[in-house]
Write a protein that binds this ligand. Structure first.
Ligand SMILES: Nc1ncnc2c1ncn2[C@@H]1O[C@H](COP(=O)(O)OP(=O)(O)OP(=O)(O)O)[C@@H](O)[C@H]1O
Ligand SMILES: [Mg+2]
Length: 278
């Protein structure tokens, strides 16, 4: 990636230094959730080696999907074909109803395509049984949804812990990771707050910390900044970009916001059920 790429543009004044800061050693939050040693590329201080050349993390070809409504099948996605590399940030854009969330659900293994090829992390997931899809999803994919989907009665720490509970991370370890991640998104002072006690931007930062808690290879974010002001939006994007540049995660962001799309490495547009790359 060229150094003058939009993702490397300096954050405007007023954004939080924690995420827009000049490169430095990774914060403690980025140690492996399981306490396992991280690969060298994930622990070295900057200048961090970008994963080069980028290996494709996912590839779809001719992916299509329809829904049955009143006995009639409505085809939403006709043919989606593209690849996304490790460390790459891709924006998915398109009109409302064009199938962006539908595509994200397929990429996140939350839903199954009707046909086509889908290879994720070297595994052909087409037709994979649900328990293996669930394992891949839990271990390798982090989700950030526009509506946050936080557990209302649980604290910020407990919400961030959810994927780690499912992944069998020991209690003390997951609490430590959750605290560190929340601190890294500027919420170290709100660890015990419940969602209704937090602003929209703060809730989205909790959701982001939750998505990062298992150090996913793929981060899928569906309009993660849709409900946020410019500063919160900037902070969320900075964190996503750091996850790609520092951790080698592939990040796919659905957005209607041209400013968000401009910071991605490239955009994929969905037009009438077909993906246009670039
Ligand atoms: N489970 C479902 N059953 C029937 N139709 C569905 C289902 N899910 C999505 N659709 C339809 O598929 C189309 C694409 O929906 P999708 O949510 O993917 O759009 P989108 O591009 O994410 O839109 P937006 O920008 O408004 O979020 C819509 O016409 C929607 O009504
Ligand atoms: Mg949508």
């Amino acid at each position: 990636m060229p150094l003058n790429s939009p993702r490397h543009a300096a954050a405007p004044a007023g954004t939080r230094p924690a995420t827009g800061a000049a490169p430095g050693p990774l914060p403690a939050a980025h140690t492996a959730p399981h306490g396992a040693p991280l690969p060298a590329a994930h622990t070295a201080p900057h200048p961090a080696p970008h994963p080069a050349p980028r290996q494709p993390l996912l590839r779809v070809e001719g992916l299509h999907k329809g829904f049955s409504v009143d006995g009639e099948t409505i085809r939403v996605l006709h043919e989606c074909s593209f690849a996304v590399g490790r460390g790459e940030v891709v924006a998915i854009v398109g009109q409302s109803g064009s199938g962006k969330s539908t595509l994200l659900n397929l990429l996140g293994l939350l839903d199954e395509a009707d046909g086509g090829t889908h290879v994720f992390d070297g595994v052909d997931v087409t037709g994979l049984r649900e328990h293996r899809r669930a394992r891949l999803r839990g271990d390798r994919i982090g989700f950030v949804f526009q509506q946050f989907h936080l557990l209302e009665r649980r604290t910020a720490v407990a919400n961030v812990c959810v994927p780690m509970v499912l992944g069998g991370v020991p209690l003390l370890r997951r609490r430590a990771v959750a605290r560190e991640l929340l601190e890294s998104v500027g919420l170290g002072h709100r660890l015990g707050s419940k969602p209704h006690q937090l602003s929209g931007g703060e809730q989205q930062r909790v959701a982001l910390a939750r998505a990062l808690s298992r150090d996913p290879a793929l981060i899928l974010a569906d309009e993660p900044t849709g409900a946020l002001d410019a500063e919160s939006s900037e902070l969320i994007m900075n964190q996503l970009l750091r996850q790609a540049s520092d951790r080698g995660a592939a990040v796919i962001v659905v957005t209607h916001d041209p400013a968000v799309a401009a910071r991605a490495d490239r955009s994929i547009t969905i037009v009438e059920g077909y993906t246009r790359d670039g």
